[in-house]
Write a protein that binds this ligand. Structure first.
Ligand code: NDP
Length: 249
């Protein structure tokens, strides 16, 4: 790739949690970062300010990634404002938990649209620019439950397992063009998403984690930043599990 500008990274759902930590990590490594949100405009701007205060470059973008048209609009805006997209981190995600027999169709579809279809639409759009420059990195944020399953999360587990499949398919299609596509599968990480876990469930999960603690968003961010870097040039189609040892295939 011709290095005429700093690499631009779009991190979806970077107003909070893992996405925020990833945007900060990529900014610290010299990327211009597109901070993305759907509702948290203020927190997204605060992340951008944090990047700028540290001497980096960032801009904020709002879009509902469950909507294919909004995904296209987001890509157009980021490319227009920042000059391209070299690194795409498909991180935005939601849960709508229920046992399968009680799961409403909207909760199934909403999670699939937000957590899986968004990654397809955004990857498809971002790939065009990456193929033009001959360099690109896509990192999909899956989950250990996409590997091992989980009770009450048929929608979420299906989406996260789907992301691992999408990762492998895109890795095979575009590897020869200089684009790597990988996934990370975090275990239990302290964020808004896990803050509501009942204490009994938290204790039960902790008992199964060899490192005996939940992870920090920054620990996942470092794994994502590695996959987005030149250091991971010969790694594609892989799922890097970041879970304190919970799952050992
Ligand atoms: P949070 O709930 O803390 O943050 C979710 C982020 O996604 C927010 O930035 C939110 O934006 C954004 N988002 C949600 N829905 C949409 C939407 N429709 N369109 C655009 N953006 C949206 O989640 P985490 O940081 O915990 O999780 C981040 C990712 O990591 C998710 O994909 C999650 O499944 C995955 N993961 C998390 C684990 C954990 O233990 N926390 C474990 C394994 C995987 P806004 O702030 O505007 O609402």
């Amino acid at each position: 790739m011709k290095e005429h500008r700093p690499r631009v990274a779009l991190v979806t759902g970077s107003s909070r949690g893992l996405g925020r930590a990833t945007a900060l990590e990529l900014a610290a490594r010299g990327h211009t970062v597109a901070i993305h949100y759907v509702a948290s405009a203020g927190p997204a701007e605060a992340v951008a300010e944090e990047v700028r205060a540290a001497g980096g470059h960032a801009a904020t973008f709002g879009a509902d990634v469950a909507d294919a048209g909004a995904c296209a609009g987001l890509l157009t805006e980021v490319v227009g404002e920042l000059g391209g997209i070299d690194v795409l981190v498909n991180n935005a995600g939601i849960t709508r938990d229920a046992l399968a027999l009680r799961m409403k169709h909207d909760d199934w579809q909403g999670v699939l649209d937000t957590n899986l279809s968004s990654a397809f639409h955004l990857s498809k759009g971002a790939l065009r620019g990456m193929l033009r420059t001959g360099w690109g990195r896509i990192v999909n944020v899956s989950s250990v439950v996409g590997i091992m399953g989980n009770v009450g999360q048929a929608n979420y587990v299906a989406a996260k397992a789907g992301l691992i499949g999408l990762t492998k398919a895109l890795a095979r299609e575009y590897g020869a063009k200089g684009v790597t596509v990988n996934a990370v599968a975090p275990g239990f990480i302290d964020s808004d998403m896990t803050a509501g876990l009942p204490e009994a469930l938290r204790t039960a999960y902790l008992a199964q984690i060899p490192l005996a603690r939940f992870g920090e968003p920054a620990e996942v961010a470092k794994a994502i930043a590695f996959l987005a870097s030149d250091d991971a040039a010969y790694v594609t189609g892989q799922t890097l599990v970041v879970d304190g040892g919970l799952v050992m295939p």
